[in-house]
Design a protein around this ligand. Sequence first.
Ligand code: ARG
Length: 428
Amino acid sequence: MRKVVFVLVFVFMQSLPAYSGPGAVRCGKLLDVRTGQMLSDQTVVFDASGTIISVGPTSATKRPSGVMAIDLSNSTCLPGLIDVHTHLTGDPANHGYSRLGISVPREAIIGAKNARLTLRAGFTTVRNLGAHGYTDVAIRDGIDAGDIEGPRMRVSGPPLGITGGHCDNNLLPSEFHYKSDGVADGPWAARAKVRETVKYGADLIKICASGGVLSKGDQPDTPQYTLEEMQAIAEEAHKLGRKVAAHAHGTQSIKDAIRAGIDSIEHSSLIDDEGIALAKQHGTYLVFDIYNDDFILQEGAKAGMLPESIEKEKKVGRLQRENFRHAFQAGAKMAFGTDAGVYPHGDNAKQFGKMVEWGMKPLDAIQAATVNAADLLGWADRIGVLETGHFADLIAVSGDPASDVRALESVKFVLKGGTVARNDYASK
Ligand code: ARG
């Protein structure tokens, strides 16, 4: 058997822009996230466009000559992770009233910082669910143009919601006449807002179906958008080729959103058996941000969250975790989403440990953040697995994430579309 001789190219994280494909990565172990099989000594080869052209045993791989070769023979490789619920332009430093002092341009800068942190933590794709002034569209486009570093992004632009709801901002008294960009009441106003949001570059639509924790003056278990409004939104968005993600904590709102044809339920905190059954019947993804509760209860008050938010969190946090376990055991479709931005970006992977603590096996949690998330994003043909024809989005860790999922909290190597974004092994 001919052993491929690997030349190590030391790509230091400081020396960006990093080298990009064509190239090859040799993995000591490689987790097939579809089957859970842990394969030994595999080589992933990718072309100049950053697309995988082969994956297989190193001994059987013909590596094109003169291309970058990265030796990860002491580590475990898996596909780049996907977080389907982030707020890259939000920071835990700006909760509550201090958020009002952040301008739209400043928010864009914050987003650029967090995009890099997120990518370096191993998340090569995110779905960003809500930002002011289309800052998310600008960040997505800046990343795609190579101006700044960050994950692939699917973005929603401003989230749609009712006057005074979770997607409005209710901190100022009436003489300021403030309302958030996405406020739209009634089916036709909501349809018009979908059109406007798509016009300015959104890949999908985010709405607030129920009240929330971090908003002022509403309750997580109270419905906001009506069934009729959500039907109009879902129909309009789908007609324009866009999916819809609904923030919904409340039992009724979750069911209304699913019945209206919404594609994913964010938070899903107070879902009941009927809601779980409906989600299964409609193929709706449930996204439970179950790490959040720890941060809000431990750090929220210091971070400037309103006292009422801490009280609301105490009511939903534990129930959300119990319902996560319940929905998983009942076989509902789940995707990994964290709501990062509420807590620090780059800590996204801390949720994996919670998912295992609350009933999943490590592989289930990893599938939620790879194959399932890719399916929800409509990108199953390009991300979520290490297979020919998919982007060379690959991460590596030193431990074995299939037995200890917390290994994903210490990602050592990140490749996005054949470009090295992080390589801690090389800098030793
Ligand atoms: N953005 C969400 C809200 O304000 C955060 C909810 C966090 N709590 C939780 N248990 N996941 O409603």
